[in-house]
Design a protein around this ligand. Sequence first.
Ligand code: GLN
Length: 487
Amino acid sequence: MDAVEKKSLSEVHELLVKKEISAKELTESCIKQIEKTEQDISALLAHNFDQAIERAKEFDANPIDSPVAGIPLIIKDALVTKGLETTCASRILKGFTPVYDASAVSKLKTAGSIILAKANMDEFAMGSSTENSAYQTTKNPWNLSHVSGGSSGGSAACVAACQSFGSLGTDTGGSIRQPASFCGIVGLKPTYGRVSRFGLIAYGSSLDQIGPMTRTVEDSARILQVIAGFDKKDATSADVAVADYISAAKNTTSLQGKKIGVPKEYWADGIDDEVRIACENALKNLQSLGAELVPVSLPMTEYAIATYYIIAMSEASSNLSRFDGIRYGHRTKEFENLEELYALSRTEGFGEEVQRRIILGTYALSSGYYDAYYKKASQVRRKIREDFTEALKKCDVLIAPVSPCTAFPLGAKIENPITRYLQDIFTVSLNLAGLCGISIPVGIGHSSQLPVGIQFMGKAFDEESIISVAAALEKSQGAFPLAPLVA
Ligand code: GLN
């Protein structure tokens, strides 16, 4: 069978069920595709090929039924994987081999999917281009001199390059939606608490969520179906019923009666023309599917970036204190005393951006500044959440661009971290509010020739609505083209 790796997860699922292909053939074609494309894009860290083929053979001998059964997938290196090196793309965790699987990974394995490799990322998920990885920069399969986005850039690029049928990413302030948008694929950030964070190496614990990245909406629905749900190992995982996401994706074609809120602050100045044109075109498509566009406002948007970065860095400084050179991870070779052991191990192990954030976060949490920064940010966060609650009373879902620009050239904007932080303007609020969102490709920018993504944002635990609206839009557009690297 030709180019099976270029089919969608849902299509190959059907081929597997009909026994027109085996999991072993599927796994081998993904590995071949990795061998063909990986030197160009550098999307992957640790590989698991031999074990993946073994697991595929086991699956073929004893097939099971599930939405992802027999499907090769790739996992962001922020999730621990039993027996497979997990570094969070940091030198401080080089050589760390976990003894257990993150809950999301073990659910995928139990459902019969096959783990091929770990995906590159910004170190500790801090960044929006994957250039902060301590190991390599992941390139965009649409244009190798442009970034793949981040922090889940490896997870996005590997799916866009057809190295696997889907991946897991994590989203603290946009890290699933933005790289998905930059690489022309679908990325879904579930509601906070929807997917267990057990085994996810924490960045901003009150913001982090794990979610699927795939080539179609139904494919994301399939992965979410498997990883969603309460887990007693994560105290913040929610015991809320899991809906039938796959049917929501498959069966929605009309949007008659659906109200889609258009937050005016997200459609204001500062968006590149090519992004605006593609997104406005999507609005027209939604109307022709029967949806009503409702103007809404999220007035606290201007404070979102400052609020997000204070909270994320504060939580990061606390979470990353466990990397001390004693319990696990890198330890410096020569030291005079304990203080120096800590300082040197952390200086050698953490990259520049991680160090910057630890310092800023520690400052924001220090006595004397806590009230002015962390406490204030937490209060503003509540206001941001209230904005969303109000806006979502008037509509079923909200719609906005994912990023003000398409994937930028490698090395651009690297000089000034503030410029980078400002780019997250359309994604961070959703995490602060703890709600769900999905990014889907809606066009190709006329000047950059790179994909443009749009996001739907939904109420808490209402992934069903964002999936059904996104699926309807996707069907009306027709299949999104594959990246030039693999087309
Ligand atoms: N770009 C944002 C940051 O650097 C978001 C990262 C993420 O969602 N992990 O913090």
